[in-house]
Write a protein that binds this ligand. Structure first.
Ligand code: NAD
Length: 251
């Protein structure tokens, strides 16, 4: 019943935006932050100001990131990522905003992706901004134990993700807000919707007249705003919606 409702709305919509959080990737084997067994049970993240100020913090940062590297790089997109990529190619989706840093939406074939928190697949130099694949610097750190530096300007290299205490990219955020304000259907999935300003996007979409749908295993603070909530596994829920869309397409 609920998947059918979302399928109807996707079918009617002229502009749909999807917003994803860590929950879309747990079925690819990447733990989320807040569920039991999540990342924060093992390590305290390094604050950006500490990273800039101290070599010890940079070593701890690179230790954590190198440990997590293969988890991100070896992960494969799951059925949820694949369905969203297909919906984009079928022009059912106008854009996908993600909090995730794992790059799995692009690996599944999504193109119109805004990564609010950046990507763990690349590093960037804090001095000159040069970007590169994260694989080489991670291998270098694992071999030497020394935080890698930029080959052009010798600046500190850091993953191209937004750390705690680091500014979000305002151009990316403004584009996300523009999408949230102009869509007529906003579907948030796999996020606890507690990290701001990203978690304000569903509220913004709703305030500008969009239908709001939330798909998540656990309740979120935005559920009372939503026109529809679907509680359960994302893979199963998206598959059910996709099956309903197929049926609608043949009617
Ligand atoms: P979160 O950990 O706060 O919340 C994840 C939500 O997903 C939870 O409410 C949980 O109930 C739900 N969930 C987990 N598995 C699910 C499944 N299979 N089906 C349906 N629901 C499921 O994640 P968040 O809100 O995205 O915030 C965490 C922050 O950490 C993000 O900003 C992100 O940058 C970062 N992060 C990213 C990754 C990644 O890139 N894969 C992983 C962990 C954390």
């Amino acid at each position: 019943m609920m998947p059918r409702q979302l399928a109807d709305w996707l079918f009617e919509s002229t502009s749909t935006i999807v917003f994803t959080g860590a929950g879309i990737s747990t079925e690819s084997g990447i733990p989320d932050f807040r569920s039991p067994g999540g990342i924060w049970e093992h390590a305290q993240p390094v604050d950006f100001n500490d990273f800039v100020a101290s070599e010890d913090s940079r070593i701890e940062y690179w230790r954590q990131k190198s440990e997590a590297h293969s988890e991100y790089f070896d992960a494969q997109p799951n059925v949820g990522h694949e369905i969203l990529a297909r919906w984009e190619s079928q022009q059912r989706l106008d854009g996908l905003i993600t909090q995730n840093i794992d790059g799995l939406h692009q690996a599944a074939g999504s193109h119109k992706v805004l990564e609010i928190h950046g990507t763990a697949r690349e590093v960037s130099c804090l001095e000159c901004g040069k970007r590169d694949s994260a694989t080489g610097p991670v291998a270098e750190f694992l071999e030497t134990g020394v935080p890698p530096r930029c080959s052009d300007c010798n600046g500190s290299l850091k993953h191209a993700t937004i750390s705690f205490g680091q500014m979000l990219d305002t151009a990316v955020l403004e584009q996300c807000a523009e999408w949230a304000r102009s869509c007529d259907l906003f579907v948030a999935m796999g996020s606890s919707l507690v990290v701001h300003p990203a978690a304000g996007l569903p509220e913004m979409a709703k305030a500008h007249g969009a239908r709001l749908v939330i798909i998540n295993r656990d309740p979120t603070p935005c559920d009372s705003l939503a026109d529809l909530t679907i509680q359960g596994s994302l893979g199963e829920s998206l598959k059910a919606v996709d099956d309903c869309l197929e049926t609608l397409g043949h009617q």
